[in-house]
Design a protein around this ligand. Sequence first.
Ligand SMILES: O=C(O)CCC(=O)C(=O)O
Length: 278
Amino acid sequence: MSMALSDRPSADAFEAAGHLERMNRDGYTIIEDFLDPATLRAVREGLAPHFGTHRGRNPFEGLTTERVYTLVARGKVFEDITEDPRLLALLDAFLAPGYLLSASHAICIYPGEAQQDMHFDDSFYPMPRPRGAMGVTMICAIDDFTAENGGTAIHPGSHLWGDVKAELAKAGPPISLEMPAGACAVWPGTLVHGAGANRSDAPRRAFTNQYCPPWGRQQENYFLGVPQEMARAMSPRVQALLGYQMNGSIMGQVTGRHPLRALVEGFEPSVAREPRAV
Ligand SMILES: O=C(O)CCC(=O)C(=O)O
């Protein structure tokens, strides 16, 4: 189920300034009413068939945690959230125009899971810290986040840290991100955090979208992961967020043409038709 156009959230009544102030000062902000009850229900229903089939493959994914990747292509509700105007208003302040969706997945932390290693989400862009954010993360609670069930462990203010290892060694314990189901937290990719340990007797479900600069490599390869017929049916903004856009006049071209041409029905790369050396 997806929202009717008229019910879609708008950025008009959204107080971006307060959120941006908190992101800059504390390294994160919480949008309490991010999902209305109908959208939260649609998210739960959309994810139900995917949960319960596997576990993470290493301690970072979480050996008692389940992840469902490429969420943006798993339902209209996830597409709509990916281009939510309130979220885009915050992204606009941190990332250059033409920013991309880098990762989109659901995370279910089962009881007994240990705390994930502390990390920051744009660490794979190897520019020294302290620095501005190269990415922005949104994590949305599908179940209430509590200190017991794995609410994300975060170090407020750590987005300003230089040497993360040295700072972690002298930092006190992290705080737990506690928020109700349907709320989301947004932070610059420099915030030091990790999924919390789940000491409760119920799973903690969430989903997260990460965004990166227009010149950055995305974590997920959406050209291969999202079938072209699905991408063709997405909104122009979501197509652009997946990478069907140019950055300047060169980056993103497909054999010298705009990448949106690759979404035209029947598209075949020109090299498939043209002479080829032996
Ligand atoms: O699930 C969470 O609370 C955070 C997960 C996380 O930070 C990650 O997997 O990179």
